[in-house]
Design a protein. Structure first.
Length: 290
């Protein structure tokens, strides 16, 4: 059976989510609706729906006009085994001492590495994206310089690959949080698959707003691989949640946005130690002043 997609873009988070909610009421009903910020600093958001039957293009046109969106582009998608496709496309990733792989590549895991299993069906946060790769390299660099995390948290954890990497190299328990319930479930499944249950605790939270995180603070290492906007908004809370001398590894930052993020964090007393750009993305390692 063919699948249909309907995609559009518009300015602003709130209108985008309003349009996504309105799409849920269409007939035929979409099997899923997604709302995503376009990561180019433009302020555009993409709204898309998946349909098992051809969508009502007239109804889509009315919604687009009402919400100030561009006309929907409707496409028929041929049947594809996406997991098999991802498995073919996603080769294992090496980031310093870390080796990120899917179970289909289990025979390729070197003996002298810290292995991190992320299934192909859970591809976000596999290490292939420059942001995740940059964070793993930053962690490897910190550990190589002699730092040992005693109290670590991964904010916006996605697959929890960063939290698991920290738990692989240090004997302490690690916290991982995400604002999305499904992401937390994926993270917990990955923790189990890597034999790290009891070492990585996954919770649903917006930023640091959770009793478990509040009780565990202050942290000596914080990961936040999200986007510029949330990172900027998070700076004061992060400064409060970090112990003096602690480190933050931040990514999800386009290269041209990095200086702004550095400035914002410096005003909160968290200063740049190292920066690395991988293709379009920058990863920052910062340290809170003592």
């Amino acid at each position: 059976m063919p699948t249909f997609t309907a995609l559009t873009t518009l300015m602003g988070r709130d209108p985008a989510y309003a349009l996504g909610d309105a799409m849920e009421g269409l007939t035929p009903e979409p099997t899923g609706v997604g709302v995503f910020e376009v990561e180019d600093g433009s302020g555009l958001w993409e709204v898309g729906g998946y349909f098992e039957a051809a969508p009502d293009e007239t109804a889509l046109m009315v919604l687009a006009v009402a919400m100030g969106a561009k006309p929907f582009v409707v496409s028929e998608v041929p049947e594809t085994d996406w997991v098999a496709h991802v498995r073919r496309e996603l080769a294992p990733v090496e980031a310093g001492r870390f080796f990120v792989y899917g179970s289909h590549d289990a025979d390729k895991v070197p003996q002298d590495c810290e292995p991190l299993l992320i299934e192909a069906a859970m591809a976000f946060g596999t290490g292939h994206h420059g942001t995740t790769l940059g964070c793993l390299r930053a962690l490897d660099r910190l550990a190589g310089d002699g730092f040992e995390g005693e109290n670590v948290v991964d904010i916006g954890c996605g697959t929890a690959v960063l939290a698991m990497a920290a738990a692989r190299i240090w004997p302490k328990n690690v916290l991982a949080s995400d604002i999305d319930e499904v992401a937390v479930e994926v993270a917990a499944a990955n923790v189990m698959a890597n034999g790290l249950d009891g070492r990585v605790n996954c919770v649903e939270a917006a930023g640091f707003d959770h009793p478990v995180l509040a009780e565990a603070a202050p942290f000596d290492l914080v990961f936040a691989n999200i986007l510029k906007g949330p990172l900027v908004a998070l700076a004061p809370d992060m400064a409060h949640a970090m112990q003096p001398g602690g480190y933050a590894i931040l990514s999800g930052i386009l290269n041209e946005q990095a200086d702004d993020v550095i400035d914002v964090y410096a005003r909160s007393g968290i200063n740049l130690v190292h920066r690395e750009s991988i293709v379009d993305w920058t990863t920052l390692t910062l340290r809170k002043m003592t």
